[in-house]
Ligand binder design. Structure first.
Ligand SMILES: C[S@@+](CC[C@H](N)C(=O)[O-])C[C@H]1O[C@@H](n2cnc3c(N)ncnc32)[C@H](O)[C@@H]1O
Length: 276
């Protein structure tokens, strides 16, 4: 896999509410600002291939697991011993051939083999937003099918984490029935209730078009399942701020961060809009 370059940033506060703070900086540097054993939940979606380009010659990408390691080490320090880590990590299409890359499974297998983490359950999120992506193998050559599910790995250092399945009853529907692990939580493109984007477009079209965002309902599902009011929720790769919005509106404390100017700009406007 080829390298992509990360911006060189120090951690700076972007905006804050009574409940939490949005910062901009590298995720490891951000996590280092948080005290030991304070977070009940880290729910986050790192880049699926890290700083690499998915390639058919490197489908397991050991470099991806190495890239993820320092983030997970800091997350382990920040989490309470019985806290949960929920990671969205999907498979990807290689750029050079119509094959899938499985850096996500390699990385999770590595974490489990290390002995510090348990996989409590994996969830599958139906994301209609993926259907809009332009994939060479599907849209141009028509050799493969739409990719519309991403994998969410619920990890913890102990099998006995506090869980309240009753708190997610409201998320059931005719497909998921009772407490199923197939999540049908809405279309990320239809999820934006935020203000106009930086271009002044009142419909927020450009912000809604941000391809990598997940709907607020997703972090909200795990926040309700795995935390209580007042407990700390952390997202080191917070993108456009869905975790912050979910934590703020459910009365949890939160600390969210991303290194991208564009993403933190959108997150800032969405968080500030809650106060208006
Ligand atoms: C899949 S997106 C997260 C999207 C987010 N869940 C949302 O709903 O908008 C991954 C994010 O990780 C951020 N990122 C990648 N590497 C990072 C790093 N080393 N430190 C901080 N942020 C990073 C990217 O800027 C991107 O916004």
């Amino acid at each position: 896999m080829n390298s992509r370059t990360a911006p060189d940033t120090a951690v700076r506060t972007v905006t804050a509410t009574g409940g939490g703070t949005l910062t901009q900086g590298d995720a490891v540097d951000f996590l280092r600002t948080l005290p030991d054993a304070t977070a009940r939940l880290v729910v986050t979606s790192p880049w699926f291939t890290g700083p690499f380009t998915a390639s058919s010659t490197d489908p397991t990408s050991p470099g991806f697991a190495k890239w993820l390691d320092p983030f997970v080490a800091e997350i382990a320090r920040v989490l309470r011993p019985d806290g949960s880590l929920v990671l969205e990590l999907g498979c990807c299409w290689a750029k050079d051939a119509p094959v899938r890359t499985v850096q996500n499974f390699s990385a999770i297998t590595g974490l489990l083999a290390g002995g510090d983490w348990h996989l409590l359950q994996e969830f599958y999120w139906y994301n209609p937003g993926f259907l809009d992506s332009d994939v060479e193998w599907r849209d141009r050559r028509r050799e493969r099918f739409d990719d519309c599910v991403s994998t969410w790995f619920w990890l913890a250092r102990t099998p006995d984490v506090p869980v309240d399945v009753k708190a997610v009853r409201g998320f059931q529907n005719h497909l998921t029935r009772t407490y199923g692990n197939f999540l049908v939580l809405g279309d990320s493109a239809a999820d934006d209730h935020g203000p106009a984007d930086a271009s002044g477009d009142p419909s927020g079209e450009r912000e809604r078009a941000h391809a990598e965002r997940f709907p607020v309902a997703l972090p909200e599902y795990f926040i309700r399942l795995l935390t209580r009011e007042g407990e700390l929720v952390v997202d080191p790769f917070a993108g456009t701020g869905a975790t912050a919005l979910a934590a703020e509106t459910t009365g949890r404390a939160w600390a969210c961060n991303d290194f991208s100017d564009e993403a933190t700009g959108i997150a800032e406007r969405r968080i500030d809009a809650l106060r208006r």
